[in-house]
Design a protein around this ligand. Structure first.
Ligand code: FES
Length: 99
């Protein structure tokens, strides 16, 4: 077990636009705000899909009951909802929606 802080890096396409330290149970949207990165949002409860981003690397668990703003196809494209999901490993996120 290491004490090294886990980090989240944000990209827009290939350009890195921000980075922050992962804090347990803090959503990707919150971590983006920590990094000064703006992600569009609306409901902030997993329903509308406005906050969708693409997971490039890392692990972000999705609950068994898939949030309404997500579906199997979007998940296959790497789509995750930043307003209600939390990373558990260091990860890289493209804030460009997957489709
Ligand atoms: S803001 Fe609506 S699903 Fe995230």
């Amino acid at each position: 077990m290491t004490n090294e802080a886990l980090s989240i890096r944000f990209f827009r396409g290939k350009s890195e636009i921000g980075k922050s330290t992962i804090i347990e149970n803090r959503t990707i949207l919150d971590l983006a705000e920590d990094a000064g990165v703006e992600i569009p949002r609306n409901c902030t409860s997993g329903t509308c899909g406005t906050c969708i981003v693409r997971l490039i690397t890392g692990t972000v668990p999705i609950p068994d009951e898939i949030p309404l703003g997500l579906d199997e196809y979007l998940m296959k494209e790497g789509g995750i909802l930043s307003c209600c999901l939390c990373p558990i490993t260091s990860c890289e996120i493209d804030i460009t929606p997957p489709i």
